[in-house]
Design a protein around this ligand. Structure first.
Ligand SMILES: C[S@@+](CC[C@H](N)C(=O)[O-])C[C@H]1O[C@@H](n2cnc3c(N)ncnc32)[C@H](O)[C@@H]1O
Ligand code: SF4
Length: 448
């Protein structure tokens, strides 16, 4: 049980903090840094290194009002076909920059709605990826699926290409909530797609849900969760609704008067957590749940859970290469984000085959903070000596961050045997604590 007084004291209900799918967050990427470094960093990938590949499909037939993803509406497949053509060019050129022997260990299609591709476009895309990249022995292929936009033929095509994991967008089953978020999707239709995926032998079907949506109440969320649990999720993500109409214009369709305040959001999340854990799912990181036997739950138990742009993962790859408009790549040296608008992306690929635009070159301090933030987000803790051993030039800075955290959150943290952990009754503060750990400068003796 969390201690609400501690959460209040340390500002949980007022906090506006990043989700930390990367450090630094993408809004700190710098103009042209991606363009400048992309070819160089691709060439420096280690020849025997397994790669994680992400392919972004920024199209949807409907645009749900709540969605903050980079995507655009389309009624026809014409722009999609032209986009796939550009993607194939980009994949070919990126492959030429990489060492010949690299293999892909992970492949993820996200969006947007990858399943709006026709079977012909899907086959063309998969054929290009699998022709260019040999698979590593533990290869895993996953795709994001909107159940209202997933024909049997496309699911069968994906299964033929060895799809192993599907992420199904559910959000909420209550009709009033669905109407307010512009996303009507029946339980029956969702259950039908899940059944089809399982019949095709897809080993893991993961569900995406959101709390804090307009008109959602504790009662309605509990009903949604009951329906969701009857579908036996192999893994479940419960995201807090991010209302950012200044970034995602379609969210102006959602009235702020219909949204829960931050106190109620906390109660919705706590209630959901109790329901899910009472049903035998274990919490993973800040917003995932799975049965004990799931590989993500195992990674969390064994201390190798990681966080990347797709959220929590057991993906062991150090290098993630993103293809498509706005996709982000992560290299040892830093981040490269492709041009965001599809037209600008196509222009960049037509020009020299690479679409890198914004980006970030990691400095010594950034690498240390990135590890520290990863540890906090994945384990709710970090080991001070291990961090110093990994970043020997940063020992003074690590001590400074440590004292800053201990002074800032005395009732929320515990320091025992060189390990600083977030107390169980303050777990909701994880992102707040990570943001203080990541802060650039602090005055006085705590400056780093
Ligand atoms: C990239 S979207 C793709 C989903 C797929 N097109 C679908 O509709 O099922 C993946 C997930 O991000 C989550 N998401 C999107 N916008 C969000 C927001 N504003 N706040 C929280 N989660 C959000 C939703 O759970 C969504 O299913
Ligand atoms: S939730 Fe899925 S279908 Fe809806 S707009 Fe976002 S990406 Fe498109």
């Amino acid at each position: 049980m969390e201690n609400e007084a501690i959460l209040e004291k340390y500002g949980l209900f007022r906090a506006k903090v990043p989700r930390f799918t990367s450090y630094p967050p993408a809004n700190r990427f710098e103009m042209d840094t991606g363009r400048k470094h992309q070819a160089e960093w691709l060439g420096e990938v280690k020849p025997d290194e397994p790669l994680s590949l992400y392919i972004h499909i920024p199209f949807c037939r409907r645009l749900c009002y709540f969605c903050a993803c980079r995507t655009q509406g389309t009624k026809t497949l014409k722009p999609v076909a032209s986009y796939i053509k550009t993607l194939l060019d980009e994949i070919r050129v990126v492959r030429q920059h990489l060492p010949k022997s690299v293999k892909m260990a992970r492949l993820h299609y996200g969006g947007g709605t990858p399943t709006l591709l026709s079977t012909e476009l899907m086959n063309r895309l998969c054929d290009a990826v699998f022709t260019q990249f040999a698979t590593a022995p533990d290869f895993e292929f996953s795709v994001e699926i909107d159940p209202t936009e997933a024909s049997d033929a496309v699911l069968e095509t994906l299964a033929d290409w060895r799809l192993g994991r599907a992420s199904i967008g559910i959000q909420d089953f209550m009709p009033k909530v669905q109407k307010a978020i512009g996303r009507e999707q029946s339980f029956e239709q969702t259950a039908g797609v899940i059944e089809k995926l399982r019949a095709l032998g897809i080993g893991s079907v993961n569900f995406d849900l959101v709390y804090g949506l307009p008109h959602q109440t504790r009662e309605s969320l509990a009903d949604t969760l009951e329906q969701v649990l009857s579908l036996s999720p192999d893994r479940l993500a419960l995201y807090g609704y991010a209302h950012v109409p200044q970034m995602s214009k379609r969210q102006v369709m959602i009235s702020e008067n219909d949204l829960a305040d931050s106190y109620e959001r906390f109660h919705l999340a706590s209630m959901a957590r109790n329901i899910l854990t009472d049903h035998g799912l274990v919490p993973i990181g800040i917003d995932h749940f799975a049965p004990e036997s799931d590989s993500l739950a195992r990674a969390a138990r064994e201390g190798h859970l990681r966080r990347n742009f797709q959220g929590y993962t057991d993906d062991p790859c150090r290098t993630l290469i993103g293809f498509g408009a706005s996709a982000i790549s992560e290299y040892r040296q830093g981040y490269v984000q492709n041009a965001v608008a599809t037209a600008a992306y196509a222009e960049r690929v037509a020009h020299d085959g690479l679409a890198g635009h914004r980006g970030y070159a990691m400095r010594t301090r950034d690498k240390m903070v990135a590890d520290l933030v990863q540890n906090l987000m994945c384990e709710g803790a970090f080991d001070v000596e291990a961090l110093k051993a990994a970043h020997p030039l940063m020992t003074v800075q690590i001590d400074n961050v440590l004292s800053r955290l201990v002074l800032s959150f005395p009732d929320a943290l515990e320091l025992e045997a060189g390990r600083l952990s977030i107390r169980e009754d303050a777990a909701s503060l994880t992102r707040v604590i990570a943001s203080v750990a990541a802060a650039e400068q602090q005055t006085g003796s705590l400056a780093i």
